[in-house]
Design a protein around this ligand. Structure first.
Ligand code: G1P
Length: 297
């Protein structure tokens, strides 16, 4: 069995980032030199995914434009002697097929994934949230590891997990391991955005999943949960209740998750990518150090 199809939900309105996201998809916000979703696509491509299905919504056409081959721009760069900039468009030529479908009503992440059912059919597939970068500068191989676990374990779902402080469990799907939690382990339960008291631990779902098509029947049967939305976490919980195997894989130490969902995490992500920029890192560090400590002491 191989997995070469990924569903990338990008339909959320990004209301926590207004006014930035009023007419601009949050997935197109710049982090360092690239828009968020380009990092996601490059990560998936490196992990062997060659067919990407975006689940889009209103105001998201900039994403489709970004991954088109822009022959006019290429010709213009050639004609104006700016050939060196062509390298910046190399991602356009990645060996990937792009598909787009729309979530026509904003009913939550679970519903967005359910919108891909007619295209995905009975194939296993990856889900990668389009507003989360995993790993600085293309370091993450976690999706490849998750696919390997999926293919060898007979599990119906594999989810990426990271530890978060107890004060932040309320923002995530929180996993309860079955027994000891090593690098890869089976899950006993998952709860979407629990309070600190309800949370069965601090292992948070981290924006990457692998599923068999069994998830679709669960999604179709999932009623609105937290926030009145159809939650992907609740459908995974249903898989566990049906006696199916669900595995968790921890993000590695070089696989930090950058969440572009609110201003604090967006600013931090931008700062970290800018500070790691191969051309500007030194200058930025000097200037920022001077800004942070104007006395130079
Ligand atoms: C979604 C999921 C949540 C997960 C989080 C980060 O929440 O519902 O379970 O932990 O992504 O991957 P959102 O950030 O869309 O509110």
């Amino acid at each position: 069995m191989s997995v070469d199809l990924a569903v990338v939900p990008v339909a959320g309105r990004g209301t926590r980032l207004l006014p930035l996201t009023k007419s601009q998809p949050k997935e197109m916000l710049p982090v360092g030199r690239k828009p968020v979703v380009q990092y996601v696509v490059e990560e998936l491509s490196r992990c062997g995914l060659s067919r990407l299905l975006f689940v889009t919504g209103p105001g998201k056409t900039a994403i489709e434009n970004h991954f088109d081959i822009d022959a006019e721009l290429i010709a213009n760069l050639r004609e104006t002697g700016k050939e060196e900039l062509l390298a910046e468009l190399a991602f356009e030529r990645e060996d990937i097929e792009y598909f787009y479908t729309r979530q026509r009503r904003q009913l939550g992440l679970g519903h967005a994934v359910l919108c891909s059912r007619a295209v995905v059919g009975n194939q296993p597939f990856v889900v990668a949230l389009g507003d989360s970068i995993i790993g600085l500068n293309a370091a993450s191989r976690v999706v490849a590891l998750m696919i390997e676990q999926f293919c060898t374990s007979g599990a119906d779902a594999v989810v990426a997990l990271e530890e978060v402080p107890p004060s932040e469990v309320v923002h995530y799907g929180i996993a309860q391991p079955k027994g000891a939690a090593g690098e890869v382990f089976e899950l006993a339960d998952l709860i979407e955005k629990p309070s600190a008291e309800e949370a069965p631990g601090n292992l948070a779902v981290a924006a990457r999943y692998v599923f068999s098509s069994a998830i679709f029947d669960c999604l179709a049967a999932t009623r609105p949960g937290k926030g009145g939305e159809i939650q992907l976490t609740d459908a995974i919980r249903m898989l566990i209740e049906q006696g199916r195997r669900v595995l968790g894989v921890r993000l590695g130490s070089n696989e930090k998750r950058f969440d572009i969902g609110n201003f604090e995490s967006y600013f931090l992500a931008f700062a970290e990518f800018a500070l790691a920029d191969p051309h500007l890192s030194g200058t930025l560090r000097r200037k920022l150090a001077a800004m942070l400590d104007p006395t130079g002491g």
